[in-house]
Ligand binder design. Structure first.
Ligand code: SF4
Length: 343
């Protein structure tokens, strides 16, 4: 079982021919590729869409002026460490900032990894739980990070036990890449831990290409669904990975075939060193419109932009935004208008 975690290991695994400047990239943005992902990569294809998501490139050293270390404004909406409270009825709980893989387009790339924000300490976790308990308007707690499923079932169950005691929290949602990139972690103990709060439990599976639905991933989805976890999808629209209608259609159908309801298709965020992944909003709208006629209504995701600065998500399907030629006005959930890209 090989886990690739350094520039040298990329060479050893035959993923790149020489290190070049990749050790400079690795100093800034963590590298992580699991055995399950290694198995999916086609080394003979220089444009392999799986490799593109996980194997770093020199392009990451180019930071554009519009890119930001905290593109969706987590820090400005964080009342206590580990909590992001952007909308009235829900919070993010970020207990860990570690992932089994490090996606090259990650919107929290400055926060995750060994050089990132780390794991909440005991007192920080107490303060985060106290915050949730003290705010009766919080109906939903979304565990994200980092990837919450890197926690052991015992530690996850400990978190769930604490949430179980907070009466006004009705929904617990996990956002994770684990069922795809480390499916062996999804065992009976993990499913039990996820369900142990007694709340209605959702899990949003992050996958971006239909080849990510390996037999082991499908088994993991089945264990989760059969164990009572409601499954949603989340994907990022990425140049060179899924920016064509055939791939997107196969991805969305793949979710539905695995009893995962397509939820969000994210426009890529303005994370540093990720401009090579970004497509224009017009291109995204055309792709989403093409999906409409081609595949079942069950398979349709909502195309969303996280408005830079922490103004929240907005639907950017064709009828939902104004502007063009690369410049748009988008409206946040409060009705505020924002230029995109930001001025
Ligand atoms: S799994 Fe999620 S948080 Fe972790 S690197 Fe990938 S996109 Fe970022």
């Amino acid at each position: 079982m090989t886990f690739v975690k350094s520039a040298k290991a990329l060479v050893d695994a035959g993923l790149v021919q020489d290190i070049g400047t990749l050790d400079v990239v690795a100093e800034r943005y963590a590298i992580g590729i699991t055995p399950a992902v290694l198995d999916l990569i086609d080394r003979a294809d220089p444009e392999d869409p799986i490799a593109r998501q996980f194997v770093p490139t020199e392009a990451e050293l180019l930071t554009k002026p519009e890119e930001r270390a905290d593109p969706i404004g987590d820090l400005s909406h964080s009342p206590v460490e580990g909590i992001v409270h952007r909308y009235p009825d829900r919070v993010l709980l970020k207990a860990v900032h570690v992932c089994p893989v490090y996606c090259r387009f990650c919107f929290r790339r400055e926060m995750v990894g060994p050089q990132g924000l780390g794991t909440l300490t005991g007192p920080e976790l107490d303060a985060a739980m106290d915050y949730i308990a003290a705010h009766e308007e919080i109906w939903e707690v979304i565990l994200t990070g980092g990837d919450p499923l890197v926690l052991s079932p015992r530690r996850l169950a400990g978190l769930m036990e604490r949430l179980a005691k907070i009466e006004h929290v009705k929904i617990v949602r996990f956002h994770t890449r684990v069922p795809v990139v480390e499916p062996e972690r999804i065992d009976e103990a993990m499913v039990e831990a996820l369900m142990s709060s007694g709340k209605t439990t959702y899990l949003a599976v992050h996958a971006n290409h239909p080849r990510e639905f390996s037999p082991a991933a499908r088994q993991a989805f089945k264990k989760l669904f059969d164990g009572g976890v409601a499954l949603l999808s989340q994907s990022v629209l990425l140049r060179g990975v899924n920016d064509d209608v055939e791939t997107l259609a196969a991805l969305m159908r793949g979710f539905v075939e695995n009893r995962i309801k397509p939820y969000y298709l994210h426009h890529p965020d303005l994370a540093p060193g990720t401009s090579h992944f970004r497509i224009g909003i017009e291109e995204g709208q055309a792709l989403v419109a093409a999906l409409r006629g081609r595949i079942s209504g069950l398979c349709q995701p909502t195309y969303v932009l996280d408005i830079p600065g922490g103004h929240g998500k907005t639907d950017i399907g064709a009828a939902k935004v104004s502007g063009g030629d690369g410049c748009f006005t988008v409206r946040d959930w409060r009705g505020g208008e924002h230029a995109y890209p930001p001025e």
